[in-house]
Design a protein around this ligand. Structure first.
Ligand SMILES: [Zn+2]
Length: 82
């Protein structure tokens, strides 16, 4: 029995990057959002894959790289400064 096992995030993303067909891309996008590699997530700040074992969560619970989060905090602080 071959259950409909979700493909790893990275495989789908790679296929999506190569797929020129627009409707197929949309299917892949949907698959990408449905299937979730528990060890990797997308950084809410830079949109690059980040490792859940090393990345942090922002105040909304989104996975973010530690350095991205620190940078965004610094930027927010600087914006509010003047
Ligand atoms: Zn990031």
């Amino acid at each position: 029995m071959s259950a409909h096992s979700p493909r790893p995030w990275r495989d789908i993303a790679r296929e999506l990057a190569r797929e020129p067909d627009r409707s197929k891309r949309r299917n892949l996008m949907r698959e990408l959002s449905d299937s979730f590699d528990p060890r990797s997530a997308t950084c809410a700040i830079c949109n690059r894959p980040c490792d859940l074992t090393t990345c942090k969560s922002d105040e909304h619970g989104h996975p973010v790289h530690e350095h991205c989060y620190t940078t965004s905090l610094k930027n927010a602080a600087r914006d509010g400064d003047c």
